[in-house]
Write a protein that binds this ligand. Structure first.
Ligand code: ADP
Ligand code: GN1
Ligand code: MG
Length: 362
């Protein structure tokens, strides 16, 4: 189906102009659509939902609708602009939150947030600090939301122990016949076995509370105002489900505390940035400290190491499986992503005490 015909199904006022690929997500396919509304060009985000991964699109969209409606009401109460500070679902003409084509493809539309950008690397430290404020506020929002209404979209998403088991299965299966060429990376990852259960154990014993978390808190999932450098809106709400703030904190750290892109082939230029770690910690704990338990704060640094490690083994598993999960547009991209994560893990491990001291400071 043509984009124009798909967009026609949604409740959008205006004449269709164009629809082009947009953004750099690894999971869904995102497009920016333009319409002419009475001489003014207006924009929307069209997303083809990855329904191979998200098998219950109804449940997924229901989660997003519940949380965005709750968020929008709070923003309005505080005098903010809900169309800019929250994702806003545009419904289909028959009132649904998504459209299913006859080829079983699923699409959704959001209001496009103008003059804002999701950054793939930290260009200004204040952006990273701002993203911490935004994710900290989002954690507070979810903390005040009745989470029993939410459906668990991807069970065991950040169960590092299961991720480790799956990684070993990928090595064993060696579907793409690549294991022999990445022995060094595999050995590094296997050697970390003693840390994989750290957070999972604390969650199952209840020492760390299971909260509803965002679960994909990288910098490019926060839109930053291009004029004011302020964080505007937390996006990419597909993975909101039970989790740990240690992992939400950690996912931001693994992505942002690196001067290079996540998939840089120049692994030797990857180095963990302690000043950026401090920026994020300062921002996050300035808004999400009262509700955070001591055991959570004590494990933020460990959350960063483990989240980075987990992402590393996910990338390496996908490389071994033949690049079937994360979108790639060149050879070895998943391998480069894995190498980046492992370099960060090893840097963080050697500076773990310093990281803990920074957390304590804030
Ligand atoms: P994925 O799950 O594939 O990562 P995202 O929902 O994160 O998809 O969207 C991909 C990119 O599209 C984002 O990083 C961001 O740059 C852009 N984007 C998404 N939603 C909006 C929006 N409502 N307004 C403006 N840009 C958006
Ligand atoms: C994926 O969708 P995106 O690009 O924001 C992935 C995350 C990974 C991330 C690595 C549903 O996020 O878990 O941490 O890539 N999302 C899913 O960049 O698997
Ligand atoms: Mg994204």
């Amino acid at each position: 189906m043509e984009f124009k015909d798909i967009l026609e199904k949604f409740d959008i006022d205006g004449e269709y102009l164009s629809c082009v690929p947009y953004g750099s997500g690894h999971i869904n396919r995102t497009y920016k659509a333009a319409f002419n509304r009475g001489g003014k060009e207006v924009h929307y985000i069209l997303q083809k939902i990855n329904s191979t991964l998200f098998t219950n699109v109804e449940g997924l969209m229901n989660n997003i609708e519940l949380v965005t409606e709750f968020n929008r009401a709070k923003i309005s109460e505080n005098g903010g602009d809900p169309n800019r500070e929250s994702l806003t679902i545009v419904r289909t003409k028959d009132g649904k939150t998504y459209y299913k084509t006859s080829e079983n493809e699923y699409y959704r539309v959001y209001i496009f947030i103008e003059n804002a950008k999701g950054y793939d690397v930290v260009e200004k430290p204040c952006h990273f600090y701002e993203s911490a404020i935004a994710f900290g506020r989002f954690a507070n929002l979810l903390d005040n939301f009745d989470s029993s209404q939410l459906f668990t979209v991807l069970p065991d998403f950040h169960n590092t122990v299961k991720r480790f088991e799956n990684f070993k299965k990928s090595i064993e299966a060696d579907k793409a016949n690549r294991a022999a060429t990445v022995k060094k990376e595999i050995d590094f990852a296997l050697k970390q076995e003693n840390i994989v259960s750290h957070i999972v154990d604390l969650l199952s014993s209840g020492e760390i509370p299971t909260r509803v978390t965002h679960n994909d808190t990288k910098l490019n999932n926060v839109l930053i105002d291009v004029n004011t450098d302020k964080a505007i809106c937390v996006i990419d709400l597909d993975t909101m489900m039970p989790g740990s703030i240690c992992y939400d904190f950690g996912d931001s750290i693994r992505f942002g505390c690196n001067p290079c892109a996540e998939d840089t082939p120049k692994t030797d230029e990857v180095v963990f940035s302690m000043p950026l770690f401090e920026e994020y910690t300062r921002g996050y704990l300035s808004v999400f400290s009262d509700s955070a338990k001591k055991a959570e704060k004590d494990n933020l640094a460990m959350g960063a190491i483990l989240m980075t490690y987990e992402c590393g083994i996910r990338f390496l598993s996908d490389y071994l499986d033949g690049d079937v999960y994360f979108r790639t547009n060149r050879a070895n991209q998943n391998l480069d992503r894995a190498r980046t994560q492992f370099k960060l893990v090893s840097d963080m491990q050697s500076r773990y005490n310093e990281m803990c001291r920074i957390v304590e400071k804030y």
